[in-house]
Design a protein around this ligand. Structure first.
Ligand code: IPE
Ligand code: IPE
Ligand code: MG
Length: 247
């Protein structure tokens, strides 16, 4: 199907799954149907990522700003998350998927938080792909929480101000221990980050896909990976690799 082989497969892919509502609207369906269909695309994306050797797949499931949607839509999305974890956890566990959840956990409804914790606890020893679910996640909120924790540690004498390096800041973020995303994909034609992984995306490659999220198939994912494989990442350096001198 693809000659992606092991050529330049990103370690970490993060996806902004966007366009469920417009997918539904274009079919004259309620937005909730788009979200429901979106869950099927999630399952396929996790399978595809695992099959090509991606190490970490982060999915933006619900942003800290999505609470401002109509109550009925928020409740549909919460319901779907619950169904996804209840129905899929056993399968994911069997496939050695390790689940991590990022986002603010304080004030989460008590029918949601225990499920998220259960998903992490059940799968924490797994050695397959890490599925990072960004739920109630917003990058600025994550950074503010990290800054608060750092300030508290500084006041308690646990860190000195001169120890606050980029690496130390990373270690206070929800994504501590997870490598920065190599590739960020956004579906639905929108080309913005919407408060997703602002710190971690410093050197990420971006691929924007016109398809709505429910139409994101294995082929779409593989094509995005091909695009990524053709990119040259320079990290601020010059293009040509340095010649070995004196060897
Ligand atoms: C993405 O689809 C799902 C979530 C944000 C939870 P949207 O619901 O944003 O769909 P559009 O962008 O309105 O089409
Ligand atoms: C980003 O999509 C959030 C998720 C995919 C969960 P939005 O649809 O909320 O973003 P905006 O409002 O179009 O920027
Ligand atoms: Mg959207």
């Amino acid at each position: 199907m693809t000659n992606l082989a092991s050529r330049n497969v990103p370690t970490h892919v993060a996806i902004i799954m966007d366009g469920n509502g417009r997918w539904a609207k274009s079919r004259g369906l309620p937005r909730s149907m788009g979200h429901r269909k979106g869950v099927e695309a999630v399952r396929e994306a996790v399978r595809t990522a695992g099959s090509v050797g991606i190490g970490y797949l982060t999915l933006f499931a619900f942003s800290s700003e999505n609470w401002s949607r109509p109550e009925s839509e928020v409740s549909d999305l919460m319901g779907l998350l619950k169904i996804f974890i209840r129905r899929d956890l056993a399968v994911l566990h069997k496939e050695h998927v390790r689940i991590r959840v990022i986002g603010d956990r304080s004030n989460l409804r008590d029918d949601i938080l225990p499920l998220l914790i259960e998903a992490e606890e059940t799968t924490k020893q797994n050695t397959g792909i890490t599925l990072v679910i960004a739920f109630n996640y917003g990058s600025r909120d994550e950074m503010a929480r990290a800054a608060r924790a750092m300030a508290a540690d500084a006041m308690a004498g646990r860190i000195r101000p001169d120890e606050i390096t980029p690496e130390r800041i990373s270690s206070y973020l929800d994504t501590a221990g997870i490598p920065d995303p190599d590739l960020i994909i956004r579906t639905s034609g929108e080309e913005r980050l919407s408060n997703f992984l602002l710190w971690q995306a410093a050197y990420s490659e971006f691929v924007f896909i016109p398809d709505f999220w429910p139409d994101f198939k294995r082929e779409t994912f593989l094509a995005a990976l091909e695009t990524y494989a053709g990119r040259e990442r320079r990290f601020g350096r010059v293009s040509a690799p340095p010649l070995a001198v004196g060897s």
